[in-house]
Design a protein around this ligand. Sequence first.
Ligand SMILES: Nc1ncnc2c1ncn2[C@@H]1O[C@H](COP(=O)(O)OP(=O)(O)OP(=O)(O)O)[C@@H](O)[C@H]1O
Ligand SMILES: [Mg+2]
Length: 436
Amino acid sequence: MIELRDVCFSFDGESSVLDHVSLTVGAGERVLLLGSNGSGKSTLARLLNGSLPPSSGTVSVDGAVDGLARLVGYVRQDPRNQLVSAVVSDEVAFGPRNLGLPREEVVARADEALDACGISRLRDRMTSELSGGQQQLVALAGVLAMRPRYLVLDEATSMLDKATRAHVARVVDEVAARGVGVIEISHKPVLRPDRVLAMRGGRLTEGELPREAPAYSRQPCTPRSNHTLRGSKLTAVYGSRPALSDVSLELRGLTLVTGPSGAGKSTLARVLAGVLAQDSGEVTLDGRAVRPGDVGLAFQRPEDQLFCDTVLEDIAYGPRMRGVPDALGAARDAAGAIGVGEDLLDRSPFELSGGQMRRVALAGVVAGRPGAYVLDEPTAGLDADGVRELQALLCRLADEGAAVVVITHDPEEWASCADSLVRLRDGRVEGVGEHA
Ligand SMILES: Nc1ncnc2c1ncn2[C@@H]1O[C@H](COP(=O)(O)OP(=O)(O)OP(=O)(O)O)[C@@H](O)[C@H]1O
Ligand SMILES: [Mg+2]
């Protein structure tokens, strides 16, 4: 049994993140942990596997208070914080090798975990070159290969498409049926839990299964001016693998881009925003060739675009570069629109929760008010309020005339906002629809 007794935790010794939290999780039990962005879920997860010590109180696992990392497998919210090896097969073998198991056993476990997660074909790929969703699967496989007694999944499926999420749910269900206690932390849970808990104000309370939130619905409005982002005959090749082949698109209003893992969505995002040079073809915004900075780009991993000392400076960077007169004012407005609280503005952007970082990155992208935006999986890790705030904001920008491109695994989530939908597959446009 995992047992937390009267645990308190604070990062700075002043404000408490966990306030007298007690919790038990038994073998084979499935627990869902809910809570809004910044409520302390990941902090709790790190305490559960011993990677953070509590400020007071005790954490024990099957009676042990040391060596928790061997007992509690932890799939982190950001897979890149987890991956340590260059090559996928080494990554998945890393855990069992560290347990000191014989070579054959290490290989057998790694093969089994790769197979269970459906990623055997990725075994020789570089971990750094995988898509976000593929990295999540590798991180999960690496943890499963250690055969932990308990499993903590922290937004571990946030970048996966529906079919892959369902596959992961089956894999985790089987693991739980064999007696592994599972704690799923997610804004979009995949497991059917035995128990639902929620973090609120540093306390752990009984929670309720999240209901499908009503979709944000866009009020029709006639755009004042229509910016047009156009890609003509775009081709992009990594080494010998073509990621985009002859892609032509004319983007106005709010467009969804969807497609299976590896279809080329993130490559298209970078090419459209002018930060990755295409091998052939052309990208224009209102007829002019796109240069970096013309198009607001939100990366799939928001951490990748944060770099200033404070949250406010980070959000103000974009408007400053674009010569917006009151850059700090624009930054404050954008922060407010996307739910970055006043109390966060003076903090370091690197000491935030996953969802808070994403909100900061998104605020930075919209604060510069470019004519076009490309956002790569922008709702991964956002809580329900965050999703609605973002949808309202992007609809407003589109209604004001911006070309807004949202790359998503979940087109249904955006159906009531979008003007059109583009499906990519194997680097090609498979279909274009008027409405999502
Ligand atoms: N390294 C850090 N240093 C200081 N404060 C931190 C650090 N990491 C997180 N925090 C703060 O601790 C609180 C809890 O963060 P935590 O990451 O546990 O939230 P969370 O519930 O996992 O949120 P999310 O849904 O966004 O992932 C937040 O206020 C956050 O800003
Ligand atoms: Mg978190």
